[in-house]
Design a protein. Structure first.
Length: 345
């Protein structure tokens, strides 16, 4: 099992800075997700770790081996790092077994490593099929098996499930993550999907504009984002103008308990909630709100409500969803975060 350590990593293309001094520590045997919008530098960071590009500054180490630093660039084939790209890029003229064994030496191909990896990735019985005879999920598992076959120290996955439809994407993602955990492989997964990141990773690095905005476990990232930008990148968010009185904020949804007061004793700020925190109140409690519209999302309803002249989007379970145009009372479940500044800051 290997750890990855990145210090002060910088990269520019054509004079445009893409990465601004990235620092990241990936514990051995863990799965880390790089989460962020397109263009934030996720794939660039992955390519530098893989050795496909040269860093302008900074250092990359795998365990105690420096693979990238000033005056040092270990080529990709010597880094012992597996790479699974977005499309899998299987060789169409080779069978599953041929693809998996492509990067192995003759001795490794003979000692049963191909069969071992096929079994690990759930591809038993498919070794003689060609890529066009596989489903999308089977193709992605074949790409993973090929990356695992040489026993790399680290596996990099660059949004490998994007080409799959949503249901298949979730299923294949779960299968791939289970395989990585079964093999105790250190892995870094690039994704722009918060749900995928939270369900897959031990740690999540939220990236924005070439920097890591926040790094931590999925629960902490979701519940306690460091700023409004991270809150928006990691899921639906509600921001309310609040008058702060210690650890209580007065808002259009009534008084809301805060996890902590604002620094420097500020008396106004932005209160942050997740939509599921806004719930129906018991009779005689909460604040009145009118349901303007609601959309069915299978396991929940997403409703637009108007309260205090402001429209908010909240989430209801099927058992609690009110009818459209109905007036109900709402309350906030659980404590909230508060950020300095106005809601649109």
């Amino acid at each position: 099992m290997s750890a990855v350590r990145i210090s002060g990593l910088r990269k520019s293309y054509g004079g445009r800075a893409v990465l601004h001094g990235i620092d990241l520590a990936v514990p051995a045997g863990s799965i880390v997700a790089l989460l962020g919008p397109s263009g934030c530098g996720k794939t660039t960071l992955l390519r530098l770790i893989a050795g496909f590009d040269f860093a302008d500054a900074g250092e990359i180490a795998v365990d105690d081996r420096i693979v990238e630093a000033a005056g040092t660039h270990v080529p990709p084939e010597r880094r012992r790092i597996g790479y699974v790209p977005q499309e899998g890029t299987l060789f169409p003229h080779l069978t599953v077994a041929g693809n998996v064994g492509f990067g192995l030496g003759r001795a490794e191909r003979r000692n049963g490593r191909i069969a071992e990896v096929l079994h690990l990735t759930g591809l038993d019985g498919l070794e003689l099929r060609h890529p066009h005879q596989l489903s999308g999920g089977q193709q992605q598992r074949t790409a993973l098996a090929r990356a695992l076959a040489p026993r790399p120290d680290v596996i990099l996955l660059d949004e490998p499930f994007n080409a799959l439809d949503m249901d298949l994407r979730r299923m294949v993602c779960q299968e791939v993550i289970a395989t990585l955990r079964a093999s105790a492989t250190t892995a870094i997964l690039v994704t722009h999907d918060p749900q995928e990141a939270f369900a897959s990773a031990d740690l999540v690095a939220v990236m924005h504009a070439g920097r890591i905005a926040q790094y931590g476990d999925p629960t902490s990232i979701y519940r306690t984002p460091g700023d409004p930008r991270v809150a928006r990148l990691t899921g639906p968010a509600i921001f309310l103008d609040g008058r702060i009185e210690g650890t209580t904020a007065q808002t259009i949804l009534g008084p809301i308990a805060l996890r902590s007061p604002l620094r420097d004793g500020a008396t106004s700020g932005t209160v942050f909630l997740r939509p599921e925190q806004v719930v129906p109140a018991s009779p005689g409690e909460g604040v009145p709100a009118r349901i303007e519209k609601r959309l069915f999302h299978g396991d929940h309803f997403l409703a637009t409500i108007r309260v205090g002249g402001i429209a908010l989007r909240v989430r209801f379970t099927e058992a609690s969803v009110p009818s459209a145009s109905e007036t109900i009372s709402l309350r906030v479940d659980g404590p909230a975060l508060v950020f300095p500044g106005k809601p649109d800051a």
